[in-house]
Design a protein around this ligand. Structure first.
Ligand code: IVH
Length: 720
């Protein structure tokens, strides 16, 4: 080992760290990509030449590669607490009152607050010993987390050693270094509100530093990743948060390394070995920043006298969110003095000295570019908003429902308006109202068209109804939607038959009624572009398989008013086959539990119509199964959920709610809408709300989709 090689490598490492820090953390690169690459490659070359100088802290060692079998448990040095939510200004003043009551008069006067974004990612706890990153963990249950150090080491913004040298090292880099220019602090609202900390010139490296932060990905990186996954037919993620969490918890850190993970740190849990540790949260942020850790520039400090300004600032947090490239989940307000924090303490698992500020629901304002109408499978014509794309809660929204004609006229929504859009869970986003104060006079009132945009027949709005209909039974759009539903997951579930096929086959004149799905002209299709031999074979086989699904699926697929998949199953359980059901009257139909006169009448009315009876006869003639019950036994699916009642809430990782319901019901379980003492399991996904709270209150077991599947498959494999 030559001393010169060793110093050279060290100075190159320092330089790479410095430039990565500028690039990733300060967002202020001093080198072009090519210059940086040259530097990085030079370091790689030298390290390859001198394997004896290898170091796990080298910035070249970010590629991961360690494959864990499972994550080890790590006990946190201090509990990783959560935050109580507050909603709106009143809650903020009430919180301040509580603080005052808990503090003696002389302390009240000294109150000050720091407001920060609430980053929407995954909590991580990072340990630095003698300046080296040695351990990183997830939050877990707040006491014990999982050791995800190898994955965190791949996160470029996370320095592997601290402090990151101020000048990027001294040796041989003069030609690469560019003078640092000082970027002005963004959005300095008022001189009295602190927006940047005073710099700490030469921060002392702590012997032990434990910090808490949030790992995340930017909205743009998330979109790009999902787009490329989609192109390759790979799984996509629901939102940036899930993506970040999923990427950090991969057992193969080599894959984590290729995910665009980033990080903000926002709290120091432990400082050891520093002569003069910071006494306020504000100063600790400055200290962390000076050590080279990524600290968001968006923090603001307010004195108690400025509390009105603080509340006003919070009320505009949507503006901040719109400006930032990553997702926010509200704002966090913290008491600045660490001594006061300690004095205020905790209630349960929430600190008294900090709160999360949120506003109800997920809303955003955007431009209403146009209103188009869509014909549904029942002929209902729904107006839909075409929106300038806007990110709401991690999802880009460019369309929303406007319900019906009256909704638009009552709210006076005009094309060109800026409108408030709300998205909640997995439901279709809706336009809440226009913001008339933003009009410039160019906005145009809207009217329901008088004819169907697809078939050109006059639209009808029956007396006393809010809905407008295309009453042309032959309207191709209605038929497309009917077919789509018929072959969809809740009904016959034909794999490989989606909206595109429905549109194409109707447009080509292959399908005139639902039964035609079973009589497609396969030779003609095989000659069409994009329909190779394999694809045609698969589709044909899938359609063939759908013929033997239990009749409840067929009944669901008919799209009879009020007859969804659960109702279809209830009624089919009461009759041996579809023809017997068709012969039933309202009274006997209503004898089944859960079937009232409204549903019964709808069924009777449907089967009273000759074309509908003819359709059923056609199905029977084509060999589509007419019998109902015993479907599960017939399909050979075990019944691990027999006698169990489930409620579904939130967004599940892979299944839609309808699919989850089918999954449970196929295995003998029942799905109901609300949690009660009779509920056995709550199947909960992301953003579960009041149902989850209720389940927890009632002591109802909560399961994830994964657990559900394990239980659902376990019996089949004889494991349970
Ligand atoms: S401070 C004891 N600051 O929000 C106080 N938390 O709902 C500790 N979070 O689990 C939290 N941004 O992961 C704090 N600027 C921020 C934050 C933040 C996001 C997360 C944190 C916590 C959750 C609480």
């Amino acid at each position: 080992m030559t001393p010169s090689a060793s110093t050279h490598i060290e100075s190159l490492r320092a330089a790479v760290r410095y430039h990565q820090h500028r690039y990733y953390v300060l967002d202020d690169p001093a080198l072009s990509d090519a210059e940086f690459d040259a530097l990085f490659r030079e370091l790689q070359r030298l390290e390859a030449e001198h394997p004896e100088l290898a170091s796990p802290d080298s910035p070249t060692v970010r590629v991961g590669g360690l494959i864990a079998e499972r994550f080890e448990k790590v006990r946190h040095p201090a509990p990783i607490l959560s935050l109580a939510n507050v909603f709106g200004a009143e809650d903020m003043y009430a919180w301040r009152e509580r603080l005052r009551r808990l503090l003696p008069a002389e302390e009240q006067a000294k109150l000050a607050y720091v407001v920060e974004p609430k980053f929407d990612g995954l909590t991580v706890v990072l340990h630095y010993e003698n300046g080296r990153f040695v351990l990183g963990a997830t939050r877990g249950d707040g006491e014990v987390g999982e050791n995800i150090t190898p994955n965190l080491r791949t996160v470029r913004v996370l320095p592997l050693t601290i402090p990151v040298e101020e000048d990027g090292g001294e040796h041989g880099l003069q030609n690469l270094r560019i003078e640092e220019d000082v970027t002005p602090p963004i959005d300095t609202q008022r001189a009295s509100v602190s927006t940047t900390q005073s710099p700490i010139p030469n921060p002392q490296s702590p012997s032990l530093l434990v910090v808490r932060g949030e790992a995340y990905v930017t909205v743009a990186d998330f979109d790009a990743f999902n787009r490329s996954q989609e192109e390759q037919g790979e799984r996509t993620y629901a939102n940036p948060r899930n993506f970040a969490a999923g990427s950090l918890r991969l057992l193969d850190s080599g894959i984590s390394a290729r995910r665009p993970l980033r990080l903000w740190v926002y709290q120091a849990l432990i400082w050891e070995g520093v002569d003069d540790p910071p006494a306020t949260h504000w100063d600790s942020l400055a200290y962390l920043k000076a050590l080279g850790l990524p600290v968001a520039a968006e923090a603001r400090r307010f004195t108690d006298e400025q509390f009105d300004e603080l509340v006003d600032y919070l009320s505009h947090w949507h503006d901040l969110r719109a400006r930032l490239p990553y997702e926010l989940d509200g704002m966090v307000v913290k008491v600045d003095s660490l001594a006061q924090q300690e004095r205020l303490g905790f209630t349960g698992k929430d600190p008294r000295w900090a709160v999360a500020y949120k506003t109800g629901g997920e809303e955003a304002a955007t431009k209403l570019l146009d209103i188009t109408v869509k014909v549904g499978r029942t002929g209902v014509v729904t107006p839909n908003a075409v929106l300038e794309p806007v990110a709401i809660g991690g999802v880009t929204v460019s369309a929303a429902t406007l319900h019906n004609e009256d909704y638009i006229s009552e709210l006076d929504i005009r094309v060109g308006d800026t409108v408030l859009v709300k998205r909640a869970g997995d439901v279709i986003p809706k336009v809440l109202r226009p913001l008339p104060e933003l009009r410039d006079g160019s906005e145009q009132p809207w009217q329901m068209p008088s004819v169907c945009p697809v078939c050109g027949q006059a639209l009808v709005r029956p007396e006393g109804e809010v809905a407008t209909y295309c009453v042309n039974n032959a309207c191709p759009e209605q038929l497309v939607r009917k077919v789509e539903y018929f072959v969809g997951k809740a009904a016959l579930d034909v794999v490989g038959f989606g909206s595109r096929q429905a549109e194409l086959f109707v447009e080509q004149g292959f399908i005139h009624d639902l039964a035609d799905v079973f009589e497609l002209p396969w030779e003609t299709i095989a000659a069409m572009e994009g329909y190779g031999e394999k694809r045609v074979e698969n589709l044909r086989a899938a359609i063939e398989a759908a013929k033997s699904r239990p009749a409840a699926r067929l009944l669901t697929g008919l799209g009879i008013r009020f007859v969804g998949s659960s109702v279809a199953e209830i009624v089919m359980a009461a009759y041996p086959d579809l023809p017997s059901l068709m012969a039933a009257d309202v009274a006997s139909l209503s004898a089944s539990e859960g079937i009232g006169p409204k549903i019964a009448t709808s069924l009777v009315d449907f089967f009273a119509l000759q074309p509908n009876r003819a359709l059923i006869a056609k199905f029977a003639h084509l060999g589509v199964r007419m019998s109902g019950d015993a479907r599960v036994a017939a399909e050979g699916v075990a019944q691990p959920f027999a006698g169990l009642t489930f409620v579904i809430t939130g967004t599940l990782p892979t299944l839609s709610r309808e699919e989850a319901k089918v999954y449970i019901e196929e295995r003998g379980g029942k799905v109901t809408g609300s949690v009660s003492a009779k509920t056995d399991f709550l199947l909960a996904g992301e953003k579960a709300g009041s149902k989850l709270e209720k389940a927890e209150k009632l002591g109802v077991a909560v399961v994830s989709e994964e657990e559900l599947r394990r239980k659902g498959e376990g019996i089949v494999n004889g494991e349970l």
